[in-house]
Design a binder for this molecule. Structure first.
Ligand code: NCD
Length: 338
């Protein structure tokens, strides 16, 4: 794909070379994200960071990525404080706000809304999550993390990957985008573990099968996670249910902790989660007793999010090859942060 000036709305836009390009640029962002070097390549550029759904890490990570490239971030959060609460259409909001920014990141509770917004925008728009539909930057950072974790174990190839996805696969947009992304690779085994009512949408399962992948579906976790490289846990997406009581029916159904991990998983199985993990006792999908497990990659995943989002900005705004030219070493204390 041509990155320069493009919207990033769905994983379907990417081919395998595009993914390699994103990962290669992300790798080059390490000294900047680790505060060894500073770049001013986006000096003067403005990001409109528009989040109409709760978010901590995605919003801050996009903002931080833009700052690390030297740009300024302008935040709009919540419907209550925006003119959308006065009945303004996405079209009008996009026409106006795209005049105030060089790039926009948007999260919105309605599937397809970010694409609708992008159609009226004068600047590139990145999808920070649209309802239960997609979360492309998360899938990219997830795959980037998978690749790094496997490289750490001495494996260089994503083909032949075995991954279990656990939890709310019906509403979880991160796993929807990740499955689409895995379709670009070969011979992947995808174990889908969810309550019967929260299964992965049939169209996505079909896409995986069309890609030649092995798909197994189950409603029990123990036993189904015994032969995988990656165990990817997800939160019950309570905000998508008709009532909290309905979400309560499924919360806590799958809880991975150290003793289950030791008993059922292979010793190198990497544990992932897009975060936030629901740590309330009634949910507790990833127990705190995993915090010292070296294969718990959830915080490395969040760190990698900044690298991948820096790469997306650098490519979309066409400065990927200028980052190092506008750079210097940092002069403040930065040790042991990463
Ligand atoms: C996810 C999301 O918003 O879809 N969070 C995130 O962006 N890292 C997952 C979730 O909220 O459960």
């Amino acid at each position: 794909m041509k990155f320069s000036g493009s919207h990033i709305l769905s994983i379907s836009q990417f081919d395998r070379n595009d993914i390699e390009r994103v990962f290669e640029v992300a790798d080059r962002m390490v000294p900047y994200a680790h505060r060894e070097r500073v770049t001013k390549v986006l000096d003067g550029a403005i990001l409109g960071n528009m989040f109409f759904e709760p978010s901590t890490r995605t919003r801050v990570s996009f903002g931080c990525a833009f700052n690390l490239l030297g740009g300024e971030v302008r935040e709009t959060t919540g419907f209550e404080t925006s003119a959308i609460a006065k009945g303004e259409s996405l079209y009008d909001t996009a026409r106006v706000l795209s005049g105030y920014s060089d790039v926009i990141v948007m999260r919105h509770p309605v599937s397809g809304s970010v694409a609708e917004f992008a159609a009226a925008s004068r600047v590139p728009v990145m999808n920070g999550g649209d309802g239960s539909n997609e979360h492309p930057s998360q899938a990219l950072l997830d795959l980037y993390t998978i690749r790094k974790e496997l490289q750490h174990q001495g494996r260089s190839d994503l083909d032949g990957l075995r991954i279990a996805m656990i939890g709310d696969l019906k509403y979880g947009r991160t796993v929807h985008s990740l499955c689409k992304l895995l379709c670009l690779y070969k011979n992947v085994t995808v174990v889908l573990i969810s309550p019967n009512e929260l299964k992965m949408p049939e169209a996505i399962v079909e896409q995986l099968r069309q890609a030649g992948h092995t798909v197994q579906e189950s409603d029990v976790m123990e036993g189904s996670i015994s032969k995988v490289d990656i165990a990817y846990s997800t939160r019950i997406q309570e905000e998508r249910f008709a009532s909290p009581a309905e979400a309560d029916l499924y919360r806590g159904r799958y809880r991975l902790n150290q003793s289950i991990y030791t008993r059922y998983c292979e010793p190198n199985t990497v544990i992932m989660h897009p975060l936030p993990r629901d740590s309330r006792t009634e949910a507790n999908e990833l127990d705190n007793d995993l915090n010292d497990n070296p294969n718990l990659a959830i915080f490395r995943q969040a760190d990698n999010g900044v690298l991948v989002r820096m790469a997306l900005f650098a490519l979309t705004l066409d400065v990927a090859d200028q980052v190092d030219k506008a750079a210097r070493d940092v002069n403040w204390y930065t040790e042991r942060r990463f």
